[in-house]
Design a binder for this molecule. Structure first.
Ligand SMILES: C=C(O[C@@H]1C=C(C(=O)O)C=C[C@H]1O)C(=O)O
Length: 251
């Protein structure tokens, strides 16, 4: 039997539309799914333990060679809702910012915005576990991504949406994660995989019906906040961001 392609997927709600179609044949039989948070998936790809993964685009700079597969990504053309700096005071008064340990792209984006767009000089602290969420208080702000960001929204008066801020700064959409591989995957496989991604996006009501109701409007999240097509504008935004990452001291 042919070896299965090991596919790394993010275990946040944002990927559900892309993953929905992967449960059906013919693609289902050809893949093995490995779920984790974005920063961990990046490690799995770097160490060769997955063949392709929806990994933070910022880590492509660490790969000797890489391929971006298919026509879908985790992106946004304005506010994304789930990648934000949360604070109880306005940015100008913020003294320190915790950086989410589950993220790579948003941490790099946050650092760039701090220096080039917001032009503030807070102390930056790498978080190492979930307890940092409780430390976001007073003049201590925090970058939070994924479902946990959606959960934080009601708690904070000041919410700085990183995709929206990138759009304000550059006029471009932002790509957080894409299907990255370190070797060229078979063309037939990529076509079927891409079609499976499209299937979920075309059946959003079915995708949503399988998720217990939570704290955020998923119809809005999937159809307005997130933007999944890796089109020409997103590729432009991606190219610009990767140049920034390459020029900075690392991810
Ligand atoms: C939109 C999001 O994009 C994410 C942000 C990532 C990062 O910062 O490295 C990676 C993958 C995506 O899950 C989100 O997590 O809410």
């Amino acid at each position: 039997m042919e070896e299965k392609i090991r596919v790394g997927i993010i275990n946040y709600l944002n990927t559900r539309p892309l993953l929905y179609g992967l449960q059906f044949p013919p693609i289902r039989e050809k893949i093995e799914l490995i779920e984790d948070v974005p920063a961990k998936l990046a490690e799995l790809l770097l160490s060769g333990r997955i063949d392709v993964g929806l990994v933070p685009v910022a880590i492509t700079q660490k790969l000797p060679q890489f391929y971006i597969n298919g026509n879908y990504c985790i992106g946004a053309i304005g506010d994304v809702a789930s990648v934000c700096v949360f604070s109880q005071v306005p940015l100008e008064q913020v003294e320190r910012i915790y950086l989410d340990y589950q993220s790579r792209s948003s941490v790099a984006l946050c650092k760039w915005l701090i220096e080039n767009h917001w032009k503030i000089r807070p102390e930056l602290i790498d978080a190492h576990n979930e307890s940092y969420l409780d430390a976001i208080n007073g003049t201590t702000a925090g970058l939070v991504i994924g479902d946990r960001a959606l959960q934080q929204r009601p708690r904070f008066e000041y919410i700085y949406d990183l995709a929206g801020e990138w759009k304000n700064a550059t006029g471009l959409p932002f790509v957080f994660a894409a299907w990255v591989s370190t070797r060229q995957l078979p063309g037939d496989f990529i076509r079927e995989f891409d079609q499976a991604n499209a299937y979920g996006l075309n059946h959003l009501d079915d995708v949503i019906a399988r998720i217990p109701e939570g704290i955020y409007d998923l119809k809005k999240y999937y159809s307005q906040d997130l933007s999944y097509t890796l089109d020409a504008e997103k590729r432009k935004g991606l190219e610009q961001f990767l140049k920034i990452v390459a020029a900075s001291s690392g991810v």
